[in-house]
Design a protein around this ligand. Structure first.
Ligand code: HEM
Ligand SMILES: *[C@@H]1O[C@H](CO)[C@@H](O)[C@H](O)[C@H]1NC(C)=O
Ligand SMILES: *[C@@H]1O[C@H](CO)[C@@H](O)[C@H](O)[C@H]1NC(C)=O
Length: 343
């Protein structure tokens, strides 16, 4: 009796110890911090193996931002488009090669995703500092945080320890990343598939407080929203008229517009205030107010209280960053973010 009790105690201790010392947790796949490698992410992951990793990322993001403010938005979006396809595994960074069809060619990414050269520069600096140690997937996560901070948004500790995929998914990129003309329900379903909820959807959409969109991503709203040759009634008419000047019925597909016309390079809550004024640029922005009561409440709350938005944004970014990471011995640490290592 006494013996079996002490055995239980020993097992309990071992279980706890393995969590405390190796960051290993009960290993099944899925969302929420455990990609099936059985390990979870934690902010101190590189503290011993590459102590300067985070300051190196930050300084190169700062340098790129000084050259061009939009790069912060582009880097933030790369992490999103990475995480929604096979998890946060750096798959978006792979170029096409033998067996790999690059995600860069997908509908959401083609002529749109950018910032790859900055990731390359960070990677090559990190390879000099500590070879084959810091994953491309982690670089994306840190750069997304630094981009948020440098534009005036909230900060958070980034859980780390993701490894890089040995493949990409062009079809996943086409199907799993929400499109600007998806219905509210489709967008929410695509978030739920990733383990994210309606609160995450509204908070993370707040990323559109910075950055640009091409005319082609919202043209439909200006001319023929629902097949009746009328503009979207939930778009302010004078704002629509302004947009039509540089986003004609045909042509000008690549012309750029600010997602938040009030403060386009500042991370603040004007994105939500604009939506309330019927001046959200994308259909996917405005539907957060017009198609669902709960998300409408959240839009109003964040428009009123930027602290509340910042707090939730940081939480939701950590949650998004935890989508199915490769950990343990799964995946690899790429030497070059554009290609898998040779065997
Ligand atoms: C909710 C569903 C979402 C949809 C439908 C959507 C759609 C889009 C579209 C169409 C653009 C413009 C692309 C172009 O025309 O080149 C864009 C830009 C952007 N998106 Fe989203 N997005 C969504 C959520 C998110 C999330 C969750 C994030 C980040 C966490 C994000 C961050 C950004 C940023 C920062 C830009 C500007 C990029 C730049 O200027 O280079 N978006 N998005
Ligand atoms: C959404 O936009 C895409 C690309 O422009 C287009 O092919 C598709 O028909 C649109 N879907 C809807 C429902 O309007
Ligand atoms: C608007 O869209 C509908 C359906 O897609 C199409 O039949 C119609 O010709 C379009 N009208 C104009 C004026 O572009």
């Amino acid at each position: 009796m006494a013996q079996s009790k002490s055995l239980v105690v020993v097992f309990a201790f071992l279980a706890l110890a393995s969590v405390a010392f190796s960051h290993k947790i009960g290993g099944h796949g899925g969302h929420g911090g455990n990609g099936g490698g059985g390990y979870y992410l934690y902010p101190q992951f590189y503290d011993h193996s590459c102590p300067r990793a985070q300051e190196i990322v930050k300084s190169i993001v700062a340098k790129a931002f000084a050259k061009e403010a939009r790069i912060a938005a582009s880097l933030l979006r790369l992490h999103f488009h990475d995480c929604f396809v096979k998890g946060c595994d750096g798959s978006i960074l792979l170029d096409s090669s033998g067996t790999i069809a690059s995600e860069k060619r997908s509908n959401p990414n083609r002529n749109s995703a950018r910032g790859f050269e900055v990731i390359d520069e960070i990677k090559s600096a990190l390879e000099k500092e500590c070879p084959q140690t810091v994953s491309c997937a982690d670089i994306l996560a840190i750069a997304a945080r630094d981009s948020t901070v440098i534009t005036g948004g909230p900060s958070w500790e980034v859980p780390l320890g993701r490894r890089d995929s040995r493949g990409a998914s062009l079809s996943g990129s086409n199907n799993d990343i929400p499109a600007p003309n998806n219905t509210f329900q489709t967008i929410l379903t695509k978030f739920k598939r990733q383990g994210l909820d309606i609160v995450d959807l509204v908070a993370l959409s707040g990323s559109h407080t910075i950055g640009n969109s091409r005319c082609t991503s919202f043209r439909q709203r200006l001319y023929n929203q629902s097949g009746n040759a009328q503009p979207d009634p939930s778009l302010d008419p004078s704002y629509a008229a302004e947009l039509r000047k540089r986003c004609p019925r045909s042509g000008g597909d690549q012309n750029l517009f600010f997602l938040d016309f009030v403060s386009p390079t500042k991370f603040d809550n004007y994105y939500f205030k604009n939506i309330l004024a019927a001046k959200g640029l994308l259909n996917s922005d405005e539907v957060l107010l017009t198609k669902n009561l709960q998300s409408a409440e959240l839009v109003r709350a964040y428009a009123e209280n930027s602290e509340l938005f910042f707090e939730q944004f940081a939480k939701s970014m950590v949650k998004m960053g935890n989508i199915s990471p490769l950990t343990g011995s799964r995946g690899e640490i790429r030497k070059n973010c554009r290609k898998v290592n040779r065997d």
